[in-house]
Design a protein around this ligand. Structure first.
Ligand code: NAD
Length: 258
């Protein structure tokens, strides 16, 4: 029970990597708030998580909106008394990939709003609470696109690179206050985000895409959400007590091959 009596906040916690982390945190004894944008998805996730125990709650939040984020942290603390650990994981690769000269300013602002401002807002309000109780641990989700950039994803890549820089700077600011901040950089992990890329493909096209993801790494396959979650759980736990400002890459070896 590594997180017994701890209170945790997981953004993007209704599916994929975030859901897997929420599930592990609960199994290790934490009270958990999961955050997403879709009430129906949130309620489904809560129904399943309540099979572990009942100290879990869903909040609908747009992390790019400061009022939403303030309320999210306030509601967590008023419901469960404090905030010990946070996984700032919400993000999306929504919108069609487009070359820079064709990408709209509006899409760029939206992407930065979620990817950078959203993580920054979460950090700002979470840290205010953690300072009151003498510490905490935070993990922010970046992406392999931050390290191996591909054409057509400039804004996402820039935003996710920013998450790594933000993580290092904030880790430096709060290390002596007992707050550790690390980043997770996933490669291809089989979640709704990756599954959406297979939508509308023929069986042959889907096979080609699966091969592309799999051949691209040393493991020869797409990763599972629980494999990314295992790294996050370790970083959030006291076992990683001397680890801060790091970026942990969970990518089946893509980044050392390429
Ligand atoms: N799956 C992958 O291969 C992969 C690879 C690299 C990085 N990532 C990153 O991992 C994180 C989790 O994604 P996932 O793969 O589990 O996909 P997912 O689609 O299951 O989860 C994304 C979650 O983020 C939430 N979200 C998106 N925008 C939001 C907003 N503005 N406010 C609040 N919530 C919002 C969604 O509701 C959803 O719950 C994302 O940040 C993503 O960029 C995923």
């Amino acid at each position: 029970m590594k997180f017994y009596n701890k209170v945790a906040l997981v953004t993007g916690g209704t599916s994929g990597i975030g859901y897997s982390v929420a599930e592990r945190l609960m199994k290790e004894g934490a009270k958990v708030v999961i955050v997403g944008r879709n009430v129906e998805k949130g309620e489904k996730a809560i129904q399943k998580l309540k099979e572990i125990h009942s100290d879990v709650m869903y909040l609908s939040v747009d992390i790019s909106n400061s009022n939403d984020v303030k309320k999210m942290v306030r509601k967590t603390v008023s419901s469960f008394g404090k905030l010990d650990v946070a996984f700032n994981n919400a993000g999306n690769a929504e919108g069609k990939p487009a070359l820079t000269h064709e990408y709209s300013e509006d899409d760029f602002d939206k992407m930065m709003g979620v990817t950078i401002k959203g993580v920054w807002l979460c950090l700002k309000y979470e840290i205010q609470e953690m300072l009151k109780t003498g510490g905490g641990a935070i993990v922010n989700t970046s992406s392999l696109d931050a390290l191996i950039c591909s054409a057509g994803t400039t804004a996402y890549a820039a935003g996710k690179s920013g998450v790594i820089a933000l993580t290092r700077a904030v880790a430096q600011e709060y290390g002596t206050y007992g707050i550790r901040v690390n980043a997770l950089t996933p490669g291809a992990i089989r979640t709704p985000m990756i599954e959406s890329k297979f939508q509308d493909l023929t069986i042959e096209q889907a096979k080609l895409l699966e091969d592309k993801y799999s051949n691209f790494n040393a493991a020869g396959r797409i990763g599972k959400p629980e494999e990314a979650a295992a790294a996050v759980i370790w970083l959030l736990s006291d076992e990683a007590s001397y680890i801060t400002g790091q970026n942990i890459i969970v990518d089946g070896g893509v980044s050392f091959i390429n």
